[in-house]
Design a protein around this ligand. Structure first.
Ligand code: HEM
Length: 451
């Protein structure tokens, strides 16, 4: 067995840097140890970090029985529930994935376009004019509202508001990075960080189980929301999902889809507002769509430059820096004979900045995505293989709808001040200060833009 080189086991220091400064830490390690290196981080299995697409292909092509992703995410178990798709492995994962995947099929997304555009108009109407505000927060409101309507199927504004506020509060409590460390996950009373989280989670659990029960009773005929579809799914033996299965998947979809999408939206605005040339080209594409019948889901879906802008922003600032798989048997990966128990971890961040794949890799240049198609082992902000994000089509579609609507309605500027850098919020890397902006003007909402 040969393990790649890497820093010595100074776990506390590594954990600190990993939690608070992951990008400079990863870059330093690559410069020092090469494209494949070994990291030991607290309670996680040893991580073999890789950024060569050929090696990443070996990981993404592997069978789910030989490499377990659920084991890497074990720290999320108290947040997501033991039946979460993210935490299952092997045949159980395959069964659950088959059941959960169909509602996320690309074509289904069109059913949600009008809702997403209308939700964005409502949000933009409430933004303060001429004042500095952090855009990450309203983006979270938008993505939360989108999930409540399209995934949970909450049609009634009152219950959306009540449940949304409760879930937002719960998720905000969970973003403190140390809560991911098992040693901190101890209930020392209602005022301890974990105790507070536990009490809020118990209330959310009850509410979600209540909603699932109500929907089952009311019936799902004619409904297009994802919960209704999940209530109807059956495996080959005719078995559906239990209430706990459903609850854990709802929480998973919320946790996996809300903050990630909001953060990617905030990062995309960060790049667009910081680059006059890109901004002008994007504005021209938006104006053309407006002349061409307005910002409708069908028209926005065809906006190629916007698509390239989003992909380029996700290349430079992937909100999740890496994905991991624990080897279930000794395997040869990336030229190393690795023992079982080690985790191979394709680094999204380092691969996206690999100069052998992307020329001038630190430059924000969306055109590269119009000039060339990148392989799923070169650009993979949504991971890959049998574990690739099931919300990829949903998130890309949602981001396009939101950004086109925002750019058509308001003139946003980056607020002056300290540079915006990545900071960790639980599992995602977000723009510091929530990406401060100023709305210089707002144009009236078109009469057609209602849900
Ligand atoms: C910009 C937004 C998003 C990003 C960057 C993102 C990223 C990721 C990544 C990196 C993974 C791990 C993949 C791997 O291990 O190879 C993942 C998994 C997952 N994501 Fe997303 N995601 C986003 C949005 C969403 C949305 C909108 C949903 C659903 C509503 C979602 C649901 C999931 C689920 C259920 C998994 C687990 C898949 C499995 O283990 O089989 N994600 N996502």
């Amino acid at each position: 067995m040969t393990l790649p080189p890497g820093p010595q086991r100074t776990t506390a220091v590594h954990l600190w840097r990993w939690l608070w400064r992951p990008f400079p830490f990863l870059e330093e390690c690559r410069a020092r140890y090469g494209e494949t290196f070994l990291l030991h981080i607290a309670s996680m299995p040893p991580l073999v970090i890789m950024s060569n697409p050929e090696h990443i292909r070996e990981v993404f092509a592997a069978n789910g029985d030989d490499m377990h992703a659920g084991e890497v995410a074990i720290a999320l178990r108290p947040f997501l529930g033991a039946r979460s798709l993210i935490l299952l492995d092997g045949p159980e994962h395959m069964r659950m994935r088959k059941l959960v995947l169909p509602p996320f099929h690309g074509e289904r997304m069109q059913a949600y376009g009008r809702d997403i555009v209308a939700i964005t108009h409502d949000a933009v109407d409430a933004w303060p004019l001429g004042e500095r505000f952090a855009v990450q927060r309203p983006m979270q409101r938008i993505t939360m509202e989108v999930i409540l309507r399209t995934v949970f199927g909450l049609d009634e504004a009152g219950s959306r508001e009540r449940i949304g506020a409760m879930l937002e509060d719960l998720l905000e409590t969970a973003t403190w990075p140390p809560l991911l460390v098992p040693a901190v996950q101890k209930d020392l009373g209602a005022w301890s960080p974990w105790g507070r989280y536990q009490r809020k989670a118990a209330r959310a659990n009850e509410t979600l189980l209540g909603e699932i029960h109500r929907r089952r009773e009311a019936g799902t005929a004619g409904r297009v929301d994802i919960l209704s579809m999940l209530l109807d799914v059956r495996d080959e033996q005719g078995n559906g999902l239990t209430e706990e299965d459903l609850r854990d998947q709802l929480v998973t979809l919320l946790v996996a889809g809300h903050e990630t999408t909001a953060t990617s939206l905030a990062w995309t605005l960060h790049w667009v507002l910081g680059d006059e040339r890109v901004r002008r080209r994007l504005d021209a594409e938006v104006s053309e769509a407006q002349r061409d019948g307005g910002i409708t889901p069908e028209r926005v879906a065809k906006m190629e430059y916007l698509d390239a802008v989003i992909r380029e922003a996700m290349r430079l600032r992937p909100v999740i820096p890496l994905v991991g798989r624990v080897l279930q048997k000794p395997m040869r990966i990336g030229g190393y004979d690795l023992p079982a128990g080690v985790a191979v971890a394709p680094s999204i961040y380092l691969t996206h900045r690999n100069p052998a794949v992307f020329d001038d890799p630190t430059r924000f240049r969306p055109e590269r995505f119009l000039e060339r198609k990148y392989a799923p082992t070169e650009w993979f902000p949504f991971g890959g293989g049998v574990r690739r994000c099931i919300g990829m089509a949903f998130a890309l579609y949602e981001m396009k709808m939101v950004l086109a609507t925002v750019l058509a309605r308001v003139d946003l500027r980056a607020a002056p001040g300290r540079p915006v850098v990545p900071v960790r919020r639980a599992i995602t890397l977000s723009p510091s200060q929530g990406m401060p902006v100023i709305m210089a003007s707002r144009w009236p909402r078109p009469a057609t833009a209602t849900a």
